[in-house]
Design a protein around this ligand. Structure first.
Ligand code: 3H9
Length: 705
């Protein structure tokens, strides 16, 4: 046997039970050593007269969590997983799979190829390959519909949803749920039953009634296809996952598996697979920051949030959901009452959406949560988050007061989205305890949290920021101090560019269309309408007051805003929103305003097509992303990617802007930037990092290592 798989036989009154145990920490991924060991163990079991039944089980915290993703993109070493699973299913003595932790992807496919499955109550199973830009490639798309039916299988495979043991039992995916916490004991108990009751060999591949029942039901398949395609928004894997599942109804098992393999290889060779696997590893890398090597997170039981507006109430609810006790502080009783209403409205929405029930809502609203109009109430908080108006003087004043009342050792955070956290920290007597925590709106929904480490922030304090992100189930990204940190700084560049393109002749509706087709959930102008054009205008006014650098092309936006057209909230912005609809219609008056501005500035309109729009849009985003890395604001290119994926709607199947740049070719991106340089040399000055990487023949990913 290999080190990764052991084979032992327990003699038992009913007959010998072979225990085949997989041991490949941390998650028992089906690496080459595991596949090889498993195949040898199965062959040994076949030849072993002393064993009448086998139990396949994982050691450590989980059953097999899938194929070893690190092997993808490299030449495959035999045996492949499908061959191993064929050998398992083809055995003439029964094999029981005992599932604990998570049986995912190739791990769940292994379980499906066994003759019986028993799961611990805490176990979950699923086929999450779709999130890696793949489909289950070891028979999962053919075996799961045979057990669970095509609709349940299609839902699980196209969404990658994990199913708990109880649901798996109901769906017929597992045969038994064990109340204990020892998977090997559960497997052996089931194996004894198999022997005692002389349970037959049951091969999933030969269970055909459920797939035959829907054979040729094109209306059903077309309905499923339409739904999956709509949700996929340009992502290929859900669409091909569904095709493979449908093939299970059209083809005998052996041919269905071949069809699955063809579709699997199509995805394996697609750039989307590379992008999504980059995102998978980036998700796990982004939390590895230097401060966590030395810093120890401080307690996080009691929080105070200053400000009860949109951000403050969203942050409060996010903390309440995580079981933290929160006091919301406002400047007077009236504002405190308004803040309480905001929080309760979000909790009520949570009840409506089924996130919490009424009793939980009341517990959160009455037990964990309190409001105060007195800033000295910060005194018992482990962490104070200031979420007041985005104005330096307001924030400085608040931090002076917080400094007076907060207990020693409390972490003091500002939820600023642009401002200099060093300046804010400097007004306190304890700048080492201050950091920025930039939440995204709505804060109880959005997963991104920029953790802004200022010059004097202690490692313990930064570590507390990451611990908070984890507690709130958010993705913490470390950022340095600059105007806008990672995300808003990059956003500012491509929004400016969008305004240049409009002023130069492209319709804002064409820009939104191109950006949507690229895979974003909305275009920049739709986003402006959602956020409020008045907010954008206030931001521009602040920047003009601070001495705006470069070209100003937002006059048409200023005019639209001056008409009181703030976007969705006023029913009119770039788009017209009729009867409270959130889908806007283009507004001919907006085009007239833009034409008028162009005429006043003597601009001859030169409209761009989709491709030209996106080349500029991406080049601007990538160029600024490179600067953010070059200046150390982001630790690595992957931190930029994660920021844009979780905070700004960048399509995950494109991996993030810097992964996208690597995949297009950094030399091509640099050539694009240089070709635009003539239009506006200051805006299009190439980032030195890109120039250097191209000169060295390297890419952004070389800096992620
Ligand atoms: C597949 O199966 C294809 C087949 O259908 C076809 C074959 C022909 N491989 O997430 P964690 C690493 S596709 C290699 O922090 P958790 C991970 O990078 C696969 N490495 O732990 C991390 O490393 P590090 C389908 C893997 O407890 C460490 O393990 N399966 C793999 O929060 C711990 O991971 C999936 O997509 C892997 N498959 O969550 C499941 N998985 O310490 C992917 C993890 O160096 N995995 N690592 O940063 C997961 O969803 C979660 O890891 C899991 C545990 C829920 C299992």
């Amino acid at each position: 046997m290999t080190e990764a798989v052991s084979y032992d036989v327990l003699s038992d009154a009913a007959g010998g039970i072979a225990v085949i145990a997989i041991d490949n920490p941390p998650v028992n991924a089906a690496s080459h050593a595991v596949r090889d060991g498993l195949l040898k163990a199965i062959e040994q079991f076949g030849d072993d007269a002393s064993a009448a039944v086998a139990v396949v089980v994982g050691k450590g915290r989980t059953f097999i969590a899938g194929a070893d993703i690190r092997e993808f993109g490299k030449p495959m070493q035999a045996p492949g997983l499908p061959d191993v699973l064929e050998a398992i299913e083809g055995q003439n003595k029964p094999i029981v799979c005992a599932i604990h932790g998570t049986a995912l992807g190739g791990g769940f496919e292994t379980a499906l190829s066994c003759h019986y499955r028993v799961a611990l109550k805490s176990a979950r199973v699923g086929l999450p390959e779709v999130h890696l830009g793949l489909l289950p490639g070891a028979g999962g798309t053919q075996r799961l519909p045979r057990l669970a039916g095509i609709e349940a299988a299609a839902e699980m495979i196209t969404t990658g949803r994990h199913v708990n043991a109880g649901e798996a039992l109901k769906l017929g995916i597992v045969d038994s749920v064990d109340e204990g916490d020892d998977p090997q004991a559960a497997g052996i108990a089931f194996a004894r039953r198999v022997l005692a009751e002389q349970m037959p060999i049951r091969r999933t591949s030969q269970v055909n009634d459920k797939v035959e029942a829907v054979r040729g039901n094109e209306a059903l398949f077309d309905g499923m296809r339409a739904m999956v395609k709509k949700k996929a928004k340009g992502q290929l894997s859900p669409v091909l996952c569904l095709e493979a599942v449908i093939a299970s109804t059209e083809l005998p098992f052996a041919e269905g598996v071949q069809r699955e393999r063809e579709l699997f290889m199509e995805l394996m060779n697609s750039p989307q697979r590379e992008a999504m696997i980059h995102a998978f590893f980036a998700d796990r890398q982004v939390g590895k920051v230097p401060e966590l090597k030395t810093g120890v997170a401080r307690p996080l039981d009691q929080a105070a949030v200053i400000g009860g507006g949109t951000m403050g109430s969203g942050i409060t609810v996010s903390m309440l959901y995580a079981g933290m006790a929160v006091t919301m502080i406002e400047r007077d009783e009236e504002s405190a009452a308004r803040g309480r209403k905001n929080v309760e409205r979000i909790l009520d929405e949570g009840v409506k959406r089924g996130k919490i029930d009424q009793a939980q809502r009341d517990h959160l609203a009455n037990t964990l949560y309190g409001v105060s109009a007195d800033i000295s109430s910060v005194s018992n908080a482990d962490i104070v988050i200031e979420a007041a108006f985005e104005n330096m003087d307001v924030k400085k004043d608040l931090f002076r007061q917080i400094d007076k009342h907060a207990k020693q050792g409390a972490v003091l955070a500002s939820n600023t989205s642009y401002l200099n956290v060093n300046e804010i920290a400097a007004v306190t007597g304890r700048p080492q305890d201050v950091l920025g925590l930039h939440f995204f709106s709505p804060a109880h929904v959005m997963r991104l949290l920029e953790i802004v480490v200022a010059d004097k922030t202690l490692a313990d304090v930064a570590a507390t920021g990451f611990a908070l992100a984890k507690k709130l189930k958010k993705v913490g990204v470390r950022a340095g101090v600059c105007d806008g940190f990672i995300g808003n700084r990059i956003l500012e560049r491509y929004l400016s560019l969008a305004s240049y393109m409009v002023e130069d002749g492209t319709s804002p509706y064409d820009i939104d269309k191109a950006v949507l087709e690229f895979g974003y959930p909305m275009g920049p102008n739709q986003m402006g309408d959602l956020a409020g054009l008045d907010i954008g205008m206030a931001n521009r006014e602040r920047k003009v007051a601070e001495g705006w650098q470069g070209r100003y092309a937002a006059d048409y936006m200023d005019r639209i805003t001056a008409l009181g057209r703030y976007g969705q909230k006023t029913g009119r912005g770039f788009y017209i929103y009729e009867d409270g609809s959130r889908i806007g219609k283009p507004d001919p008056e907006v085009l007239e305003i833009i034409d008028a501005v162009r005429a006043e500035k003597n601009i001859t309109p030169k409209p761009l097509d989709n491709e030209a729009i996106m080349r500029r849009y991406m080049a601007a985003m990538i160029n600024e992303g490179a600067r953010v890395v070059e200046e150390g604001i982001a630790l690595r290119p992957l931190d930029v990617d994660i920021t844009m994926l979780y905070g700004y709607g960048f399509p995950r199947w494109r991996g993030g802007p810097l992964k996208y740049a690597d995949m297009v070719g950094l030399d091509k991106i640099l050539a694009d930037i240089r070709s635009f340089e003539g239009e506006d040399p200051e805006f299009w000055k190439p980032a030195q990092l890109i120039v250097d990487l191209v000169a060295r023949g390297e890419n952004f990913d070389s800096l992620n290592k």
